[in-house]
Design a protein around this ligand. Structure first.
Ligand code: NAP
Length: 242
């Protein structure tokens, strides 16, 4: 059902985004792989080994014009944009009373405005197509809040509100929009956390293990395949939030 379709994944050079891109490639999707700073060797060839095309596009999702250009390029190269996974995200953790304006703005610009930029441009194409699936990477922090993550939790709660609003606006043309709220997934983003924080997290996970990038990627594929789920937040968190 996804075979021959086009999937755009942002921030896909590593971590969850890379696994999501690979999972869609295994389903037969051509991949438009957005990356920000560096693209390690083997990422594009790993996708192409699935027998699909992979177009790497360097750029910052927080840039409105970049997002517009990316969607234009997808239309030109592939004709349709069938799946958009807004995965690009950053943390700048700090207790609220010590958080700088820059730390707040950086996180909101990348996580929330970046998602808006991509949804804004991709949705006009999807509305014309009368089909498409948008999946936005939120976080359990955006659902529950988290100490040291006022900026990040606000950005992810914003992503959830954006997702539900987009779902309502796009449903009339058969376009779905959902969010995934990962819990603690083993990537570079969580690798920087101290051992005490990691152990505290593990204790709060009913399934008693950290999540893998494949756990999140399979949820994204599920949401892209299903055409009757929209406006939902799917927690992929080992039961942390229920
Ligand atoms: P990661 O390993 O740090 O990867 C994040 C990716 O986003 C990197 O490739 C990064 O590229 C890219 N990126 C950052 N700023 C960007 C920008 N302005 N434009 C385009 N790409 C940009 O993180 P991850 O753990 O895979 O996280 C992926 C997503 O899942 C994020 O939205 C994150 O908030 C969310 N999430 C993760 C967890 C977790 O436990 N890991 C939990 C909940 C939610 P550069 O390195 O080149 O800047």
């Amino acid at each position: 059902m996804l075979n021959g379709k086009t999937a755009v994944v942002t921030g896909a050079a590593k971590g969850i985004g890379k696994a999501v891109a690979l999972a869609f490639a295994k389903e037969g999707c051509n991949i438009v792989l957005n990356y920000h700073s560096t693209l390690p060797d083997g990422v594009v060839s790993g996708i192409e080994a699935c027998g699909v095309r992979c177009l790497p596009v360097k750029g910052d999702v927080a840039d409105f014009e970049f997002a517009a250009g990316l969607v234009k390029d997808v239309k030109k190269e592939f004709g349709t944009l069938d799946v958009l996974v807004n995965n690009a995200g950053i943390t700048r953790d700090m207790l609220l009373m010590r958080m700088s304006e820059e730390q707040f703005d950086q996180v909101i610009n990348t996580n929330l405005k970046g998602t808006f930029n991509m949804v804004r441009h991709a949705s006009s194409l999807m509305l014309k197509q009368r089909s498409g699936a948008i999946i936005n990477m939120a976080s359990v922090s955006g659902v529950t809040g988290n100490v040291g993550q006022a900026n990040y939790a606000a950005s992810k709660a914003g992503v959830i509100g954006l997702t539900k609003s987009a779902a309502r606006e796009l449903a009339q043309r058969g376009v779905t929009c959902n969010a995934i709220a990962p819990g603690f997934i083993e990537t570079d983003m969580t690798d920087v956390l101290g051992e005490d924080i990691k152990q505290g997290m593990l204790a709060s996970i009913p399934l008693k293990r950290y999540g893998s990038v494949e756990d999140v990627a399979s949820a994204a594929v599920f949401l892209a395949k299903n055409t009757y789920i929209t406006g939902q937040v799917l927690n992929v968190d080992g039961g942390m939030v229920m």
